[in-house]
Design a protein around this ligand. Structure first.
Ligand code: TEU
Length: 554
């Protein structure tokens, strides 16, 4: 595509709300604690709905809230049709959904189909049953190798470190867990597994949920031969993927999504899906988004880009083209609960992270002022793009990664499984500061499940609320303008890139709207027009380094 290429945008219809929605990710245990047990809960979300509507988002996505031993922050589900008691109960869940709807917010839940908890009744039964039984056939059990079966069936590695196999007792079979041993992988060749998840979808849809985020949507299907990867240590470190990978992004998973789409489409209005699929390219991702498959998927390409205008433009352009080829909108995202917060990432020396390892973010000295300036510019860029945007709670406050949590408090299984070499993801999961002071800065009446840094009162909602120059004020204004400006609202106008420079990118949306982003070291001229919003103060007719501006030229 040439420099002035046009990406058509489908007009937003009510049933198409998801195509341009801004969705706020609620990491439940860290959002707001209504009962003083140190854990966020449904009551906390309910009490903060006015905050979310004032922020100006269209939808929320709630991380898993099901009964769980919490071996992986709730991604180890023991019962798919209940609420984890410390979070609340089904009556509260229903009340939250109803209240959110009354406030004009859609509600997406999080479904975890690749694995259950080892405390799920199915796995308890499988553990107790004999090899070859129907109970074990719902999971992936195999005899070991070696003289007495003392070695795992193959060389697959857990995403959290170590072998992906765990033995039952000293002489039993082994079971597969691509994540923690407390997250045994389900066997998606088993019809009972497929039927169960369709029933779970209906359970929550009938309760009022508007859709689901699908956890590890590139997983589920394994090569039945379970071939070893035979990767070198170096490849294992970089998590290099082979073209025909035995467990990631296998074409068979697309059939599952086609069935789920039918379930979603059986409702009026239809229920929607967003896939968490870490695949090799946006072209691969597009396969998940064909019209008969899933509606949307997170775009992780832009999140992995360096702070460099050309890379940010080329990456977004590639994502838009790939999605457009199947008629799907892009879902932009800068952060989530699995990655280093972007204020911190953008404050580090920039390099592109290895394609296959999204946890290997830029390393080195962090300049938080620089990262914050860039984060302000980054959100204006993504909010100016066609498609939807996912915000991760706390990014609207400019929260950085907390990098000095005491080791004894770390909870991410990565810490133990990596032999204490990787600290894991707890640093982006620290409870939200709501007030300038108090035991957990207003998160609850007691200390939160992870301690907040001493200075976080200054990053609290209370502190930022009153400050016109705060990150929160920038997000509120940007979200309001994104609704109000005809070039951006309700799907907005077609996108045109206006240059090919290395350190500056420009784009227009329809008639009379320009977004300019400067990642270079010198200020650049602003186009003629009215600056309706800028991430840093503009100096005369110049846009300073590490800044973005929205310009209206009517
Ligand atoms: O994350 C999936 C996850 O960790 C992948 O990004 C993984 O690194 C990739 O598949 C490797 O290619 C989801 C959740 O977001 C995360 O919090 C959970 O820990 C995980 O699934 C397990 O449920």
């Amino acid at each position: 595509m040439g420099p002035r290429s046009v990406v058509p945008v489908t007009q937003t219809q009510p049933a198409d709300w998801y195509r341009s929605a801004v969705t706020y990710q609620l990491y439940l245990r860290s959002f707001a604690d209504s009962d003083g047990d140190g854990l966020g809960d449904i009551g906390g979300i309910r009490s903060r709905l006015p905050y979310l509507t004032a922020l100006g988002v269209d939808a929320v996505w709630v991380n898993p809230w099901y009964p769980s031993p919490q071996a992986d922050g709730g991604y180890d589900v023991a019962d798919y049709r209940e609420i984890h008691p410390p979070f609340g109960d089904l009556a509260q869940a229903r009340a939250l959904i109803d209240e959110a709807h009354a406030a004009g917010l859609k509600v997406l839940l999080d479904i975890v189909p690749n694995h259950t908890s080892d405390e799920h009744p199915w796995f308890r039964a499988a553990r107790a049953a004999a090899p070859g039984s129907a109970e074990r056939a719902r999971y992936i059990f195999r005899p070991g190798t070696g003289e007495n079966g003392e070695l795992p069936p193959n060389d697959w590695q857990s995403v959290f470190g170590g072998s992906a196999w765990q033995r039952i007792g000293a002489s039993g079979e082994w079971y597969l867990h691509l994540f923690d041993p407390k997250q045994p992988d389900l066997n998606w060749d088993n019809p009972q597994v497929r039927a169960e998840f369709e029933s779970v979808l209906r359970f929550w849809f009938d309760l009022g949920a508007d859709g689901f985020r699908i956890d590890v949507a590139h997983g589920l299907i394994k090569d039945p031969e379970l071939p070893s990867l035979n990767l070198t240590d170096q490849q294992l470190l970089g998590r290099v993927r082979t073209a025909d990978h035995p467990y990631w992004d296998r074409p068979g998973v697309l059939e599952v999504w086609q069935e789920w789409r039918k379930v979603g489409d059986s409702y009026d209005p239809p229920k929607v899906f967003v896939a968490e699929a870490w695949v090799q390219s946006s072209a691969r991702l597009a396969e998940y988004l064909r019209p008969e498959r899933l509606h949307t998927a997170f775009d992780f390409e832009l999140m992995r880009s360096r702070w460099h205008a050309k890379e940010l433009r080329d990456t977004a352009r590639a994502s838009l083209e790939a999605h457009d080829s199947v008629g799907a909108p892009v879902m932009w995202t800068l952060s989530n609960h699995d990655v280093t917060r972007h204020v911190t990432r953008l404050g580090r020396p920039q390099r592109r992270s290895a394609d296959e390892d999204q946890h290997a973010w830029p390393e080195g000295e962090t300049d938080l002022l620089l990262g914050t300036r860039r984060a302000r510019a980054a959100i204006l860029y993504v909010l100016a793009l066609p498609g939807g945007v996912y915000l991760y709670q706390g990014e609207e406050l400019g929260l950085p990664e907390v990098e000095d949590l005491p080791e004894e408090l770390l909870q991410d299984p990565t810490w133990e499984r990596s032999g204490h070499t990787q600290r894991g993801r707890d640093g982006c999961r620290v409870p939200i500061p709501w007030t300038r002071s108090g035991p957990s800065f207003g998160f609850g009446d007691a200390a939160g499940w992870l301690p907040q840094p001493a200075g976080w009162g200054d990053l609290s909602v209370e502190a930022e609320d009153a400050d016109h120059g705060s990150m929160l004020s920038l997000y509120r204004t940007a979200l309001r303008l994104r609704r109000e400006l005809p070039q951006l609202g309700a799907g907005g106008g077609p996108l045109v890139w206006t240059g090919e420079e290395d350190q500056v990118l420009g784009l227009t949306r329809g008639q009379g709207f320009i977004c300019l982003l400067n990642t270079g070291e010198v200020a650049v001229p602003l186009p003629p027009g009215r600056v309706v919003l800028s991430s840093s103060p503009t100096e005369g007719a110049l846009l300073p380094p590490d800044a973005a501006a929205w310009i209206v030229t009517d």
